[in-house]
Design a protein around this ligand. Structure first.
Ligand code: KG4
Ligand code: ZN
Length: 361
């Protein structure tokens, strides 16, 4: 069974072919990720286009998706040595994301599915990030607590059974990746901020500046029924960085801070973000008696997060599973993997499928 995954929710046009092998399906059901094989995984990044503007410009993004999508899919087919006729089913990101960008993938997928007369499934982008863990590692011990940490989301889920996700907590304001991007922008470092600050932090002293952490104990006003203790908040940290930068600029009477100070700031900021993410994920895992922790999404590419999470796993009883770098940031293999779960459950997309910018998981 060969699934074509398509992802156009933000500034990457991506297509991938993932095979669910018969061997895996017969004894275990299609939901066996041990039988998932990535045959191709193509990502066309628009970073160079948006860098000039300091962030993603939605209109430019959708136009670029239109230009790129045919070539990206053809490349995914040729990398997998497959033809259109070999494709058994299609999976496309329905949301959340930029609606104009999502519509390019959704329209393409609907047309291709109709032309080929193949089933189509509509995937939630966050489910894609979660499934990247199973795509990479196969079965992991359940129940698992999964941290999805990206440019738009920072959420904790409990997975008691493969393919089902229960929300435990989420950010009340900025996502962690968004905090990285905003902090990088305010010190004039460019876009996207995550990889840039991650690199600069390597040369900095993480104890140089004591930025505040936030621990939430009150319920979320927007979700009063949910226990708020596993929620996140990163806007206070962002404001603390802003205040620090303004103070230093005034003290030095200069717009640009010296390189050593920027490195210390990057390291201290990164320390606080990573510390918060790991602390909350392990606290949730202990609270819910989880047997493993998964970490996925663009920020899971962060070198300190990967290192510290694995080190803490080594010290505790709870193993941590993180996808490889290629599956951490936006890609279509994870969309195909999440799509396999939907196909297995028979949850096909209707012919009038529409994109949804704020699709809930
Ligand atoms: O999952 P993703 O590719 O797209 C979304 O679904 O948002 O995540 C993108 C986010 C951006 O905010 C980017 O700055 C962040 O992931 N990111 C990183 C790193 N690489 C990407 N953040 C911290 N450290 C990194 N190495
Ligand atoms: Zn993403």
């Amino acid at each position: 069974m060969l699934i074509l995954g398509l992802e156009t929710s933000c500034d990457e046009t991506a297509a991938a072919l993932v095979e669910a092998t018969d061997d895996a399906r017969r004894p275990l059901g299609l939901s066996s990720s041990d039988g998932w094989v990535i045959r191709s995984n193509v990502v066309a990044s628009q970073v160079e286009i948006h860098r000039e503007w300091g962030g993603v410009v939605p209109e430019l993004a959708s136009r670029q998706h239109v230009r790129d999508i045919c070539g990206v899919v053809e490349r995914a087919l040729s990398d997998a040595r497959a033809t259109w006729q070999d494709v058994d089913a299609l999976a496309v990101t329905q949301g959340p994301g930029l609606v104009g960008s999502l519509l390019v993938g959704v329209s393409f997928a609907k047309s291709a599915a109709w032309a080929l007369q193949r089933p189509l499934v509509a995937v939630n982008h966050l489910a894609g990030h979660i499934e990247s863990i199973w795509l990479e590692h196969g079965h992991i011990p359940l129940p698992a607590v999964v941290l999805v940490v990206s440019g738009g989301h920072t959420s904790l889920y409990l997975v008691k059974e493969e393919g089902r996700y229960e929300l435990l907590g989420r950010t009340r304001d900025d996502a962690a990746g968004e905090a990285y991007d905003k902090v990088a922008k305010l010190i004039g470092l460019g876009y996207p901020g995550g990889p840039i600050l991650d690199r600069l932090a390597q040369d900095g002293n993480e104890a140089a500046i004591n930025f505040p952490g936030t621990r939430l104990t009150n319920p979320d006003r927007n979700a009063p029924d949910r226990d708020g203790r596993f929620d996140f908040s990163f806007s206070g940290l962002k404001t603390a960085v802003l205040r620090h930068v303004r103070q230093r600029q005034a003290a030095l009477n200069a717009e640009l801070l010296p390189a050593a100070e920027i490195a210390d700031l990057a390291a201290s900021f990164q320390y606080r973000v990573v510390d918060t993410l790991i602390d909350r994920a392990f606290a949730a895992a202990h609270w819910y008696g989880a047997r493993s922790i998964g970490i996925a999404g663009g920020v899971s590419a962060n070198s300190r997060l990967r290192k510290e999470a694995l080190a803490k796993a080594g010290r505790s009883e709870i193993p941590v599973f993180i996808p490889s770098l290629a599956l951490s940031t936006d890609n279509a293999a994870m969309i195909a993997a999440a799509g396999i779960r939907l196909l297995e459950a028979g949850r096909l997309a209707p012919a009038d499928l529409n994109a949804s910018a704020s699709l809930p998981l």
